[in-house]
Design a protein around this ligand. Structure first.
Ligand code: HMG
Ligand code: MG
Length: 302
């Protein structure tokens, strides 16, 4: 088994993590979270999304959050853009990367972005073209690559189909998402292999929600395939408003602990990351949803 020597983690906490929070989180707190994440060594942060505020009220301050960030050299700031309207608003805030988000499941596509898979691709096409013309990197998130809250199990062929469509419209990288965290290692490997039929290993990442506690195992299984890029969320924040019951992404702290313990470099300072998770968890009035963070905080207290 040859594991990648180095892994890149994209912290999606400010976006995926906070989008589902019922209590309003002020832009200043989101900005501070981004600052703390970059100070901890994160080299890419998914900051916010330019979506309809009627659909996701928590992300209504997207432009203010982007404007308030003091950018650090070497850090990439990505934002979600579901359509041209979102892209045009995002463009003014100078993101390094935009994310179009589709689904391997028809029902989820309808619930999340109010259109079919085929329609979503037609919406993403001009977004991808405009982004690339502006020199902005284009990533595609692929939801429900293992299971769907409305359709149940999703076959790898559906993932391959979506990845092929993303490739056709110029999406440069795809993220294989287990939106509701139902995946187990072999199923996640099959989903990744489906994406790898259309994308090189350097252009595929894993995005695992931890609803059933499988996300670390799924990460290890993905490393075994050579996948070296993952979306994770500080303090395990997160969930999708259109995937009821799904919990947050795997905690960045837990993944960093796993990787460093295996001698895999992330460039992240775990102590500072734990502080970032403590900051946002205290704001939200709860403990970090990360076993590693809890263990480190307990050790500090003791
Ligand atoms: P729609 O209602 O079909 O859009 O929504 P529309 O084009 O018919 O426009 C309707 C209204 O929305 C209009 O306003 C537009 O101006 C406005 P009105 O005239 O009624 O006042 N609108 C917008 N406003 C701001 N920004 C925009 C925008 N577009 C239209 N970009 C739409 C379609 C895609 C907009 C809607 O369904 C939506 O915003 N969905 C977002 C859902 C979402 O954010 N989900 C969570 C993120 S995805 C996720 O979490 C999964 C991921 O983590 C991977 C995984 O785990 O699976 C990435
Ligand atoms: Mg997600």
């Amino acid at each position: 088994m040859k594991l990648p020597p180095k892994v890149k983690l994209v912290d999606v906490g400010p976006r995926d993590g906070l989008q589902n929070e019922k209590q309003p989180v002020p832009a200043a707190v989101k900005i501070e979270l981004v600052h703390r994440l970059q100070a901890a060594g994160l080299r890419e942060i998914e900051v916010t999304s330019f979506v309809s505020p009627k659909w996701v009220p928590q992300m209504a301050d997207a432009a203010s959050v982007m404007a308030g960030i003091e950018r650090q050299a070497g850090v990439r700031y990505s934002v979600l853009t579901p359509n041209l309207q979102g892209f045009e608003a995002a463009l003014k805030t100078r993101p390094d990367e935009i994310v179009v988000f589709g689904a391997a499941s028809e029902a989820f596509s309808q619930k999340n972005i109010n259109c079919s898979i085929a329609e979503s691709i037609e919406r993403f096409r001009p977004v991808a073209e405009a982004a690339r013309a502006a020199g902005i990197y284009v990533r595609g998130a692929m939801s429900c690559c293992v299971g769907c809250p409305y359709e149940g199990e999703i076959a790898p062929e559906r993932v391959a189909y979506l990845a092929g469509l993303m490739k056709d419209i110029g999406v440069q990288h795809v993220g294989v998402a287990d939106t509701i965290g139902v995946g187990t290692p072999l199923k996640v490997q099959r989903a990744l292999e489906a994406a790898l039929r259309h994308y090189e290993i350097d252009d595929v990442s894993g995005h695992y929600h931890d609803t059933y506690g499988q996300a670390l195992a799924n990460t290890l299984a993905s490393l075994e395939l050579g996948v070296w890029q993952y979306d994770t969320s500080v303090a395990g924040l997160g969930g999708c408003p259109y995937a009821k019951g799904a919990t947050g992404n795997v905690a960045t702290e837990d993944v960093v602990y796993l990787l460093h313990g295996m001698g895999i470099d992330t460039g992240i300072n775990l102590d500072k990351l734990v502080d970032a998770g403590k900051f946002i968890s205290e704001f939200l009035g709860r403990k970090p949803n990360s076993r590693a963070a809890q263990a480190i905080l307990n050790k500090r207290a003791g």
